[in-house]
Ligand binder design. Structure first.
Ligand code: SF4
Ligand code: SF4
Length: 330
């Protein structure tokens, strides 16, 4: 039986949520859990599906959730165009993709960021509405969980009609079966995400315009794609930017510990490190010396940290460092 009435619905009778993320952050699973909590726990009718490209870590992912009253059939199965709630799992997406499209002055944005809602509103260029910020990466790091449970907590806070226990039950059902040993930590992450939010409301003051949703179409089709499906863009070139693939962690280089063995450079899939030839003071021979890495190309896989034999590379939180200052231009 349906427990409560939905606070608002669109012209088709749906309350809609869109999650914007990158592969590897768990937005797909989060979408399933949020949909299940609404249907099983709250008694709504609902649906969920995700859209992603090559299912590769770091590539854009969207997940769409719809709720409607229990007596209404769900006959729409298209992307959510004008969400009542937009969940942004990775703030770098804002600058790279039109994820704010379709967000209306009465929408709620839940964004993973270490900034406050006022700063977030500026870079989101939000027409108006409610901004809820949560430092999901930091919480996930502290609680040793994946950040999707933290984001589910913050999104539950945004849905004032949602019973918190219904969401917890959906987490137990979905994550408890697969990752039983991590269930307690995930529930802790959920609770922290629910509690540790900052909320601010903004009037539609005309500073930023409404951006209509436009379905993205591929620039290559069967008429113009290169034969054999060749990727014609260069890999680690100046136009390539891997920053939005990182999931909040970076390798940090410590020059004083480095023995310049080259293991990191050999291992790095994106050739991020800069080595220059210099005369070695001890041997008087010219050798290659590691200067650090260019974070523009670093996707944060942390393989270099694993292989470094002397801990000259350490795993750190990206938010605690000024990337521009520690980056070495290739
Ligand atoms: S693997 Fe470690 S020690 Fe070797 S060059 Fe890289 S940072 Fe330096
Ligand atoms: S984390 Fe290390 S190995 Fe991975 S892309 Fe960045 S520099 Fe290369």
């Amino acid at each position: 039986m349906q427990k409560v009435k939905l606070p608002k619905v669109n012209q088709f009778g749906f309350f809609e949520i869109r999650l914007e993320s990158i592969g590897g952050l768990g937005a797909n699973v989060a979408g399933k859990i949020i949909a299940e909590a609404g249907v099983v726990g709250m008694g709504f009718n609902g649906s969920n599906f995700a859209s992603y490209g090559s299912e590769k870590k770091g590539t854009p992912v969207s997940s769409f959730i719809r709720y409607c009253d229990a007596d209404r059939p769900v006959r729409i199965n298209s992307p959510v165009v004008e969400p009542h709630i937009l969940g942004v799992f990775h703030e770098n997406l804002v600058a790279r993709l039109p994820i704010m499209a379709g967000v209306k002055p009465d929408s709620i944005i839940v964004i993973n960021t270490d900034k406050n809602p006022h700063t977030a509103r500026e870079y989101l260029r939000l027409v108006g509405g409610r901004v809820i910020t949560v430092d999901a990466i930091k919480i996930a790091y502290e609680e040793k969980v994946r950040m999707n449970s933290v984001m589910i907590g913050a999104i539950t806070r945004a849905m004032e009609f949602m019973d918190k226990d219904a969401m917890k039950e959906a987490i137990r059902e979905t994550l408890g079966k697969k990752y039983e040993n991590q269930l307690k930590a995930n529930l802790r992450g959920f609770e922290a995400g629910y509690q540790q939010v900052e909320i601010a409301d903004f009037d539609e003051d005309g500073r930023f315009p409404f951006i209509p949703f436009k379905e993205s179409t591929s620039q290559w089709g069967y008429l113009n794609a290169p034969i054999g499906g060749v990727v014609i863009e260069a890999g680690s070139s100046v136009i390539k930017n891997n920053q939005s693939s990182r999931q909040g962690k970076i390798p940090l280089f410590h020059y004083d510990k480095c023995i310049h063995c080259g293991m990191c450079e050999t291992t790095c899939p994106d050739y991020c490190f800069k080595f220059i030839p210099k005369e070695d003071e001890k041997t008087n021979k010219v050798q290659m010396f590691n200067q650090g890495l260019d974070y523009q190309y670093c996707k944060g896989c942390l393989r270099c940290v694993d292989v470094c034999p002397v801990e000259a590379l350490t795993e750190e939180l990206e938010a605690e460092h000024e990337i521009e200052k520690i980056s070495v231009r290739l």
